[in-house]
Design a protein around this ligand. Structure first.
Ligand code: GLN
Length: 547
């Protein structure tokens, strides 16, 4: 039977609730407990899959094919526990389920209401798989007081009310602003935020207070008294240089101890924090730096490529180098020479993306990397662009392009080297799509196997000929062009097990040029860097010594 920790936020958004939840998960693991983390999002989208990366940052994909909130990426990176479809839920999904049930007549003629129908649905969701772990950590998106969040807050109140005493606790994140004029940390916003919670029947057991300055003992006592928590349960969260310092920092501030105390787990098992000490040591003790250009479209919002940035950091840790990431907007050199924008980087990464805007620039980035022997990693759209570049500039197919762009433009301009995939197999089942399907949830999503060619660069890097990676795309490189491209020197070194879908391409006469149809960044961890990112950064380090 799991114990439940509900994590909420107040005062302002962006306090790092996801990170605090993930770090707490890792600390509980370090004490020998099993954990699962869950995100409950009050927005009305059914999932973030249809939201622009500018709106909501990256969409994180699970093995079982769900398009989820990027916080699930944090959870995985800190705990190593693979997230599932059932670890991310939104109001939109809850209401869709409730309304489907209503249409089916499942409610037997009852009037459908937020309480109990919506709240019951949320409670059922929270409890899924509770027997599998010691702790279930559920983070509620947004801040207390948001209108949209109310059914979730009500559901977690009822949840703990339904359960035996001591099975659930509430952890609330707040901000202690610093007033420079008076040189003080102010506790009032925290007090108000807790009052707001109390007014809906929730009483936090633990307060995590974000602060830029050390919290004096006196202020801690005041918060404890006014917010009705124990003094030891007022935990400070200071700004950190790296997010991977969070587990050790929270441990030093007593967060995991406070949680175990709140559950009366006594004596508490001692934590083994060696993994995190090693991670932090690798971040701080580096030998050299590499400069990597991420040539993309959503470059104004770094969160749009969150997992890629983190995976590059992990690659840096594995090689003990500092990785400096530069965000280069591909559109800027759509119709210009790319060289002035890309010169000097030790590696180029073209990430995933949707739509035609900026793709000519990405194709030029692939060409620049190929011609100048610069390590190149193309992810999803970045692989498709590398293949189009090869087709146009090496295999002589000057009008090569992707059906995605013709589809968008409503006219045929390109030879479809990358085409709209309408049928594929998943396990033993056939999956079909049509051109006018809904946008939401209809891509090739989730984990798929790939077979690697023995002796290829990727087989060496993975140390295996069979891999499983996560996908999220509608379009695919057309196998019909394989022979032409291979004759030009591009090796199709990874294929779907049925040999129909190209999963990986690499240039044989290039030091490091790899395109992958999947998203390796989603599986990288600081304590277990993804092999492709580890080797990409190694290649960048090698290149940096040559230039
Ligand atoms: N837009 C491309 C497709 O749908 C690539 C998707 C991606 O990069 N994730 O196939």
């Amino acid at each position: 039977m799991a114990r439940f920790i509900f994590i909420t936020g107040g005062v302002v958004s962006s306090l790092g609730k996801g990170l605090a939840s993930a770090a707490l998960g890792s600390l509980l693991q370090a004490r020998g407990f099993s954990v699962r983390l869950r995100k409950l999002d009050p927005y009305l989208n059914v999932d973030p899959g249809t939201m622009s990366p500018f709106e909501h940052g990256e969409v994180f994909i699970t093995d079982d094919g769900a398009e989820t909130d990027l916080d699930l990426g944090h959870y995985e990176r800190f705990t190593g526990v693979a997230a599932r479809k059932t670890d991310s839920i939104s109001s939109g999904r809850i209401y869709t389920t409730v309304l489907e049930k209503e249409r089916r007549g499942d409610y037997l003629g009852k009037t459908i209401q937020v309480i109990p129908h919506v709240t019951n649905e949320i409670k059922d969701f929270i409890a899924i798989g509770e027997d599998e772990v010691d702790f279930m950590l559920c983070e509620i998106g947004g801040t207390v007081g948001d209108i949209e969040g109310l059914p979730f807050f009500e559901a977690i109140r009822q949840f703990s009310h339904d359960r035996p005493r001591g099975q659930c606790i509430y952890m609330h994140l707040t901000l202690l602003p610093y007033l420079a004029a008076s040189g003080e940390l102010k506790t009032k916003p925290t007090q108000h935020s807790v009052k707001e919670m109390q007014s809906i029947g929730l009483a936090p057991d633990i307060l995590v207070c974000r602060s830029e300055h050390p919290i004096p003992e006196k202020e801690r006592e005041k918060i404890a008294l006014f917010c009705n928590v124990r003094k030891e349960s007022v935990v400070a969260a200071y700004d950190l240089k790296s997010i991977y310092e969070a587990p050790l920092a929270y441990h030093e501030q007593g967060l995991d101890q406070a949680v175990l105390d709140a559950f009366e787990i006594n004596p508490a098992p001692r934590p083994d924090l060696r993994v995190w000490r090693d991670v932090v040591d690798r971040i701080h003790n580096t030998d050299g730096e590499v400069n990597v250009a991420i040539v993309g479209k959503y470059t104004q919002l770094e969160d749009a490529y969150k997992s890629i940035k983190e995976a590059l950091m992990h690659g840096g840790m594995a090689n003990r180098v500092k990785v400096n990431v530069s965000w280069v907007d591909a559109e800027v050199f759509d119709s210009e020479d790319a060289a002035p924008y890309l010169a000097g980087y030790h590696a180029i990464l073209v990430p995933g993306g949707f739509g035609e805007r900026g793709t000519e620039g990405k194709i030029k980035a692939a060409q620049y990397a190929r011609e100048n022997n610069i390590p190149y990693l193309g992810i999803c759209l970045g692989m498709q662009m590398a293949v189009i570049e090869a087709a146009r500039n090496v295999a002589g197919l000057s009008s090569a392009g992707s059906e995605e762009f013709d589809h968008e433009a409503g006219k045929k301009r390109f030879e479809p080297v990358v085409y709209h995939l309408k049928e594929w197999v998943q396990g033993n089942a056939k999956v079909s799509r049509s051109a006018d399907d809904n946008k939401g949830g209809t891509m090739r999503l989730g984990a798929y196997d790939a077979t690697l060619q023995p002796g290829s660069k990727v087989a060496q890097i993975y140390g295996s000929n069979a891999i499983e990676e996560r996908h999220r795309h509608r379009y695919e490189v057309d196998i019909a062009y394989k022979d032409k491209l291979e004759a030009a020197g591009m090796r199709f070194s990874g294929m779907s097990p049925d040999g129909r879908l190209p999963e990986i391409v690499e240039w044989t006469d290039h030091p490091w040029f790899i395109g992958v149809q999947f998203h390796p960044e989603l599986k990288s961890k600081p304590f277990n860097p993804h092999p492709l990112f580890k080797d990409f950064v190694r290649a960048a380090k090698e290149h940096s010594r040559l230039v």
